[in-house]
Design a binder for this molecule. Structure first.
Ligand code: ZN
Ligand code: ZN
Length: 905
């Protein structure tokens, strides 16, 4: 017994081992190499709070497939990994832990102690997800692993902030921000989730200050009335023409507010009149700005009413709403209530209804930054795959509002802005100033807020390569090639990376954005914690192996579309791996002698180039196999270039399963067992060449099994690029004109067509594969020559003893089954297909059984006890049964009579 693969394919036997070998020997390392072209992907950094889920598994597998492929194509391929500090998500976790473990709030321990705990948390859990990535087979360069809050990234963040500030692109302003009262922080627009909630429109009368009826206004948020500063009506609204310029009285409160004309109110909506509360609604804010209105705050950051609400001060906003509506109703101001669906913004972290809150915040001015990012897509410098996502990208950028970047949190990049406690001077600086440049005071306080977590991830494609330093890495690997991401974070992240990259580097951060969909469950539902339908990739890997999961994910997806997670496709992927395993094991067994040494091959003499292999005495099937490999190399490469990994993977599957295992190996088995030593040498050479090519083509998709099998093939000489002779660092197969054999390929195709047809006939007739058959072939000209040339394969693979060629249908006997192929008509005599002896025996048995049944039912129906007691429908059912049995019996007897003649009985 030589050195061969284990008897059964069990990914647990080798996946972890192979990964460690790759990692230890530096197989993932990328280096600046002027002789090579760079290929770069930055990994979207998973949150340190995260656990690997199916979405990551898909995202990362796609990136790994691309990286492995490019590496094999000879690029200096860098896949740069890292993780995100996930400001708000992590802070929530640490706050929770602090509460649970110590019963303390973050304010109790202060900023410094809190941050210590956050770093400790990061140390304990932050590495979890990157360890899990290794299970998937991620071939990223771990020596370059980064963290969005490491020293370098922090430096980049401060530099970028100062740069934008100096250009006037960052400003501090009082603006309405989305505010989560529960998390106690502002949220960017992208962090607000929109849902429709059942609510009401309350119609309240605001009486005229002059004692007139005044105006009725509908509102879904009566508790904000304390902050009302005006009633607005559309200037085109005839109903209110006379009211504009007058004042009305805020019910109960008694404060007088003006009626103003503004294009914002929609005359069709509600009463056409709108109350204006600039401090609590973004649209009202705009109206207020246009009219120079005051901004009155009646709800605080804790979602409790302020003193402006009078006796409701300190009440929760919803509690106040209830009491306030009741009081207004009792006082006669409530005109009517209408049930309404109210579009509501909620916090993406905790789903609390957000408030629009007026506060001092830092903003990035977007219009100027958005322009080149829009340009980049329009000129094609930035491509979306699939293209339709460009629309979403452009729409987002064309409608972008200024980006509120300050967050009232502690975990994150602290804003590099400082205030002089003495003269109030604002100092924006990448490094902490020791004294005020204006008054010289040393009493300087840093801004308390941290930056939106996306501010640092926006810099990821260049901060990770060394920016703001002009490092060799940055020069060589930037711009990166492709960003692989789900469509759900295009606005969060992609857009921001693009304008940040253009602003700092003057070049797009990546040329292609490859957008993929979500992995849904088998019913098509989104996987979620609340539904409990999430599937843990680690559990799948444990059961099926990483290779099967990867293959299932990559071949199940088309760019931009969601996919469903189905166990049967996962099983199919594992069966595929198993098929490859067994075929490889068979091949290796035949490549070796009894001692496990490799038997002679031509490769040793000629080398293993495509040209070298054509110099040996190849037969048709060898040439056919080589041409299939060649075809697959071209096809797979082309599909990969279009990011159509599913098509690429499916082609490799077909190559290995159908073309190699089911055809080539079956055809050459006879030669391997024969005694023509030279010919055996040919087969061994082609087998080795085929296996190597297939393993290379499959490697990006199924890296583990392919590397494992590779290790059992005749060893290849180490090179400088591949000192360990790993498959991972081998060269990608390329299409070669030398390996196209059109005539031979056509002959083989003819043979296969015929074999398939005969197999179909056999299956239809239910004749066992072991049953020897004769075939009659009607064909003429070249077609006939092709079938004649293929006779040997047809006989061997379709188990045919004799092929008779005929020139016309007249020569074909009557009792045959037939099939039409592209080259011929094929007939198989019925007498060959049917085993009359076996059928005779079967029919005799069947006749006996049916007679028995008929007799049994007859007896039952003759039984007076049964007939008198049983319900009518039961008796009817028995009668039907008897009719069926009698009918079947008649048919069986008739057939038996025929078959008895055939076998002479
Ligand atoms: Zn929240
Ligand atoms: Zn000062």
């Amino acid at each position: 017994m030589g050195s061969n693969l284990a008897k059964t394919y069990d990914p647990k036997d080798f996946e972890d081992r192979i990964y460690s070998e790759w990692e230890e020997k530096g197989a993932f390392k990328a280096k600046v190499d002027p002789d090579k072209k760079p290929f770069t992907i930055v990994m979207p950094p998973p949150n340190i709070t995260g656990q690997l889920h199916m979405g990551h598994a898909l995202d990362q597998t796609l990136q790994d497939v691309l990286t492995r492929w490019k590496r094999m194509q000879g690029y200096s391929a860098l896949w740069l990994p890292g993780s995100d500090h996930a400001s708000i998500a992590t802070e929530v976790k640490v706050v929770q832990k602090l509460r649970e473990d110590e019963g303390l709030e973050k304010e109790d321990i202060g900023r410094e102690a809190f941050l210590e705990r956050a770093w400790a948390w990061k140390k304990e859990y932050g590495g979890r997800i990157t360890r899990q990535c290794r299970k998937l087979g991620d071939s990223c360069d771990w020596s370059r692993e980064r963290f969005t809050m490491d020293e370098g990234c922090n430096k980049a963040v401060n530099e970028f902030f100062v740069r934008l500030y100096k250009k006037g692109l960052i400003y501090r302003g009082k603006r309405l921000v989305n505010w989560c009262p529960n998390c106690g922080t502002s949220l960017s627009d992208a962090e607000v989730e929109h849902e429709d909630k059942d609510g009401f429109y309350w119609y309240f009368r605001y009486p005229g200050a002059d004692g007139s009826d005044g105006i009725v206004v509908a509102t879904s948020r009566p508790e904000t009335m304390f902050g009302d500063v005006a009633i607005a009506v559309n200037p085109s609204d005839e109903r209110y023409k006379d009211m504009v310029g007058k004042t009305v009285v805020l019910p109960i409160v008694g404060r007088e507010i003006p009626v103003i004309a503004d294009p914002y109110p929609d005359p069709e909506k509600g009463t056409g009149a709108v109350k204006i509360t600039p401090a609590h609604d973004p649209n009202d804010f705009e109206v207020g700005e246009r009219h120079g209105l005051e901004k009155l705050i009646c709800i605080g950051t804790d979602a409790k009413m302020t003193e402006l609400a009078g006796k409701y001060e300190g009440m929760d906003r919803y509690e106040c709403r209830e009491a306030w509506v009741k009081d207004l109703d009792e006082a006669g101001y409530l005109e009517k209530i209408e049930k309404m669906v109210i579009p509501t913004g909620t916090c993406y972290r905790c789903h609390t209804v957000i408030e629009s809150m007026l506060s001092d915040q830092w903003f990035v001015k977007m219009d100027e930054l958005a322009k080149p990012a829009i340009e980049a897509a329009k000129t094609g410098a930035l491509r979306h795959v699939p293209e339709r996502f460009e629309k979403i990208y452009l729409h987002w950028l064309e409608n972008i509002r200024d980006w509120c970047i300050s967050r009232q949190l502690w975990w994150g990049h602290r804003i590099p802005a400082y205030y002089c406690e003495d003269c109030g001077e604002l100092i924006v600086s990448a490094t902490a100033p020791d004294k005020c440049p204006k008054c010289g005071s040393a009493r300087i306080r840093q801004d308390e807020d941290v930056l939106d977590t996306w501010f640092s991830s926006a810099l990821w494609p260049f901060s990770t390569l060394g920016w703001p330093e002009q490092t060799e890495d940055l020069k060589y690997f930037y711009p990166t090639d492709v960003l692989v991401t789900g469509y759900d974070i295009i606005f969060f992240w992609v857009v921001r990376m693009v304008f940040s990259g253009l602003e700092t580097m003057g070049e797009v951060p990546f040329h292609d954005v490859y957008v993929h969909g979500l992995v849904r469950d088998a019913e098509g539902r989104k996987m979620s914690k609340s539904l409990g339908n999430g599937i843990d990739p680690l559990v799948v890997i444990e059961q099926y192996g990483a290779d099967a999961l990867r293959f299932m994910l990559t071949t199940g997806i088309t760019p931009g579309n969601d996919m469903r997670f189905k166990t049967d496709t996962l099983e199919a992927a594992r069966n595929f791996a198993n098929k490859l395993w067994n075929a490889s094991r068979f091949a290796i067994m035949n490549l070796q002698d009894e001692n496990g040494d490799f038997r002679p091959m031509f490769e040793a003499e000629n080398g293993d180039s495509p040209e070298a292999i054509t110099k040996i005495a190849l037969r048709d099937e060898d040439k056919w196999m080589l041409s299939r490999l060649n075809d697959a190399a071209a096809y797979v490469t082309q599909a990969m270039e279009k990011y159509d990994l599913a098509l690429a993977g499916q082609r490799v599957n077909e190559l290995i399963w159908d073309e190699f295992c089911d055809w080539y190996i079956e055809i050459v088995k006879g030669r391997l067992y024969g005694d023509d030593e030279e010919d055996k040498k040919v087969v061994r050479t082609v087998l080795t060449y085929s296996l190597r090519t297939m393993l290379k083509l499959l490697h990006p998709f199924m890296p583990f099994i392919t590397e494992e099998i590779w290790g059992f093939l005749p060893e290849k000489a180490p090179t400088e690029d591949n000192p360990e002779s790993f498959l991972i660092r081998e060269t990608w197969p390329v299409y070669s004109e030398a390996l196209t054999f059109p005539a031979e390929a056509k002959r083989l195709a003819t043979a296969m067509d015929a074999i398939r047809s005969i197999r179909n006939i056999r299956a239809e007739a239910e004749a066992a594969p072991s049953r020897k058959l004769r075939a009659i072939v009607l064909a003429a000209g070249d077609d006939r020559a092709d079938v004649e040339a293929a006779e040997r394969y047809i006989k061997a693979l379709a188990n045919i003893t004799e092929i008779r060629f005929v020139d016309s249908k007249a020569e074909v006997p009557e009792e045959v089954m037939s099939a039409v192929t592209s080259a011929a008509e094929i007939f198989v005599p019925l007498d060959d297909l049917l085993d009359y002896n076996a059928e005779y025996d079967r029919l005799v048995k069947e006749e006996k059984r049916l007679s028995g049944e008929v007799e049994r039912v007859e007896k039952k129906l003759a039984n007076q006890g049964f007939v008198s007691k049983a319900p009518a429908n039961v008796i009817e059912a028995e009668r039907e049964k008897m009719a069926t049995y009698k009918d079947m019996l008649a048919k069986v007897s008739a057939r038996l009579e025929l078959v008895a003649k055939k076998v002479g009985k």
